[in-house]
Design a protein around this ligand. Structure first.
Ligand code: LLP
Length: 422
């Protein structure tokens, strides 16, 4: 059993659905991202079931994986999108997503991005500061339109996650301090160019428990009461993304566990009429993807055994950036003849931080194929061309069929647009 239900062993070889990962690596080369369509559907369904027939809009946090084929799949299932840039809006439109189901988050929205979002008639701006609010109002006035807005408030709760991916604490750059929110709402309410539609928070990522959400929700519901007294009515409440996945032995809360408690809290406060918006990223795609990589060299040394592979920190930066754990599976585990040793799985990049996994017991020979598990979220989207390495190809498997949804980058394209001095 692996951590990802749609990536399992058949006849001693790891498969994505019914496709052998050995065959895919032979045909398409490595490093290679492989996604499962079924896993995507399963994750989507886990949110569908959690809705329990209520008005819930799932706006996929597309920064986790923004390949157009993934976006199209989710759009076809009915997803909206949480975007954080004009580039992501362009991807939603290119994938055939519905801009009216788009929420636009992020602390530094630029003029051109706000204009593009107004033109596309998105669902709302998740506004992160008073000055951003005024900027949006000014741009809406210039364009003679009205901007739908929701304030992203910072509820000051601890999501108990890695500090780099914790976003709901007072000293994070995100959102408007919850105690300042009533004044900023009052300002927005006076403005003819702004239409207040909701309230929003996003407290962090890879959250495995429900209690931080409920702490944040409680604060948001108090704020909604205060606003009602000011005569401000909202139509939606956005709880952000952040639900965790299993990377190794975590047992994260499910969408149903979360929403059951959220609905109870809404009902208890007489707020059942509010639409609930969610912005899940990782929990939609994280376990829908693996990164395949081949062992180039085994390098035993006095202190450590290194398996030097052809994927690197430019392909998957999570291990070195967040000290993140990804399971590593041999795609065709050796049954005999090779002793299992503890290996650090490292890439070819000239940095000591270029590692993908450390201290993993594996029976390896050179040229063996490895799968870095749970790499569907924040894998390819955080990849770079460092060391002039073309970014990996991406494959989306559907049963027995494998579709190339992004070919491997062509080496020459990496510098084709650069110019020499005259
Ligand atoms: N909404 C907002 C406003 C966000 O900032 C994020 C993620 C999401 C939704 C989606 O959160 P998710 O459901 O994926 O946890 N690169 C890091 C994760 C950074 C998350 C940033 N914000 C990683 O690889 O762990």
């Amino acid at each position: 059993m692996t951590v990802a239900p749609n990536f399992q062993f058949h006849n001693g070889v790891l498969h994505a659905e019914q496709c052998s990962l050995e065959d895919l690596a032979k045909e398409h080369g490595t490093p290679l991202y492989v996604y499962s369509r079924k896993a995507l559907k399963d994750a989507w369904d886990s949110y569908e079931q959690a809705k329990q027939g209520r008005d819930v809009l799932v706006c996929y946090g597309m920064k986790a994986n923004s390949n157009l084929a993934i976006l199209r799949e989710l759009a076809n299932h009915g997803a909206g999108f949480d975007i954080v840039s004009g580039g992501e809006l362009a991807r939603v439109i290119a994938a055939g997503g519905d801009p009216r189901k788009v929420v636009f988050s992020g602390v530094g929205k630029q003029r051109w991005e706000i204009e593009a979002a107004l033109d596309a008639q998105i669902k709302c701006f998740n506004v992160e500061s008073k000055n951003e609010l005024l900027h949006i109002a000014q741009i809406a006035a210039d364009k003679k339109c009205v901007a739908p807005i929701s304030l992203r408030v910072n509820p000051d709760v601890d999501a108990h996650t890695h500090p780099y991916i914790s976003t709901g604490l007072k000293d994070n750059k995100f959102g408007i301090a919850i105690e300042d929110a009533p004044d900023v709402y009052a300002l927005a309410a006076q403005h003819p160019q702004l239409n207040i539609v909701g309230v929003d928070c996003h407290i962090g990522s890879q959250i495995t428990e429900i209690s931080p959400y409920l702490d944040a929700l409680d604060k948001l519901l108090n704020l909604i009461d205060t606003l009602a007294k000011q005569g401000i009515q909202l139509s939606h409440l956005d709880l952000g993304g952040g639900l965790g996945i299993r990377y190794t032995d975590e047992t994260p809360a499910t969408p149903t566990m979360l929403l059951t408690e959220v609905f109870k809290a809404l009902d208890a406060r007489g707020l059942a009429h509010l639409q609930l918006v969610l912005e899940p990223g990782r929990s939609m795609v994280g376990n829908a993807g693996v990164l395949l990589t081949r062992v180039e060299y085994l390098k035993p040394s006095e202190a450590k055994n290194f398996a030097i592979v052809d994927a690197a920190m430019n392909d998957l930066i999570r291990p070195t950036l967040y000290d993140a754990w990804h399971d590593v599976e041999a795609v065709s585990p050796r049954q005999s003849g090779t002793t299992a040793l503890e290996y650090d799985i490292v890439g070819p990049i000239c940095e000591s931080g270029d590692w993908l996994a450390r201290g993993r017991k594996l029976a390896l020979e050179q040229n063996d194929l490895l799968a870095i598990m749970s790499a569907g979220a924040y894998g390819f989207t955080m990849a770079s061309n460092y060391n002039t390495r073309p970014r990996a190809a991406e494959i989306l498997v559907d049963g027995t069929t494998a579709h190339v949804v992004r070919p491997r980058e062509d080496l020459h394209s990496l510098f084709a647009s650069e110019r020499l001095l005259p």
